[in-house]
Write a protein that binds this ligand. Structure first.
Ligand code: NAP
Length: 287
């Protein structure tokens, strides 16, 4: 397929590379021009990237960034034609995504929200899990592209529902990691050997994929970004916004947000969100 891929960050670069590897004709665009993907053409604007594409795939930071690459000056929308599909793997507000879908549909094209889970390692390995919102037939049409980048595609419902599920998923990830960080901090303070605690966690009912992923990094105190803290912080704000709009109370997440606010104030935005462990440790100091 002829694909325009917009956004070559931690996730997008590997996703686009996997589309190339699978034999697709890929044109990439990134805001800062120092990023590229072997085997892909490079465009100078989203509009140019989308000019000959059948599918436009977006993976940028947040709602404002999606709006910019799609509807901003020289945005992809200027090249959107009847029959095209726009798929968005960015984690953004579901309600905004629904609005974007309406605008794209008015052009006779279609729109799918296709956020992902699996982080950097799954993006590199082509084993992402996509949770999608949109028309069934459009999602099926994208199947070869999903297969090139991921191992599982779940249709959650209509437009915006993939993102609603993604926010719920990341809510659990934030809380599970916070539980791990607090358990590790308490156990260490009580004199428990870290390796012994890790073995116990791995072999018991509290084992989780989040801990499986993060434990090797925590062991090495390697907080280089797989999922940057600033993006989890952004997702927490999206969850709380969606919760407020729908009248849902999230008291646990409100508390966890304070840790992320502090990590942000401490200049940890570009570290992995696993670095919130440092804030839990710092809160414990001197007590
Ligand atoms: P990243 O490494 O920070 O990359 C962000 C990308 O967005 C870059 O290409 C950046 O361009 C672009 N961008 C930001 N603001 C823009 C704007 N106003 N206009 C145009 N482009 C803009 O982020 P990532 O980790 O790849 O994440 C991308 C999306 O996937 C986010 O929504 C994130 O929440 C979601 N996600 C991430 C993970 C993960 O583990 N990393 C997992 C699941 C979902 P520049 O290079 O010019 O800055």
């Amino acid at each position: 397929m002829r694909v325009a891929f917009l956004g070559l960050g931690i996730m997008g670069r590997s996703m686009a590379a996997n589309l190339v590897k699978a034999g697709n004709d890929v044109t990439v665009w990134n805001r800062t021009t120092n990023k590229s993907v072997d085997g892909a053409k490079v465009a100078s604007s989203p509009k140019e990237a989308a000019a000959n594409a059948e599918v436009v795939w977006i993976c940028v930071s947040d709602t404002a960034a999606v709006e910019q690459v799609l509807f901003g000056k020289d945005g992809a929308f200027e090249s959107v034609r009847s029959g095209m599909t726009v798929a968005d793997s960015s984690t953004i507000l579901p309600e905004a995504s629904e609005r974007f879908a309406v605008r794209v549909r008015e052009r006779g094209a279609d729109f799918v929200d296709a956020p992902v889970t699996g982080s950097k390692i799954a993006a590199e390995g082509g084993t992402l899990i996509f949770m999608t919102g949109g028309k069934d037939e459009t999602i099926q049409k994208l199947d070869p592209l999903f297969k090139a980048m991921g191992k599982t595609v779940l249709r959650i419902g209509d437009n915006g529902k993939g993102l609603a599920a993604k926010l719920a998923m990341n809510l659990m990830i934030a809380l599970i990691y916070e539980g791990f960080a607090e358990a590790l901090t308490l156990a260490t303070k009580l004199g428990v050997d870290q390796q012994a605690l890790f073995s116990l966690i791995q072999s018991s009912m509290v084992r989780s994929g989040v801990v499986d992923y993060k434990m090797p990094f925590v062991e090495k105190r390697d907080f280089s970004p797989n999922f940057p803290l600033r993006l989890m912080h952004k997702d927490i704000r999206l969850m709380l916004e969606a919760a407020q709009e729908s009248g849902v109370a999230l008291p646990g997440l409100e508390t966890v947000k304070k840790i992320y606010d502090q990590a942000h104030a401490d200049g940890r935005d570009d570290l992995d969100y696993a670095a919130t462990l440092l804030n839990v440790e710092e809160l414990s100091k001197g007590k």
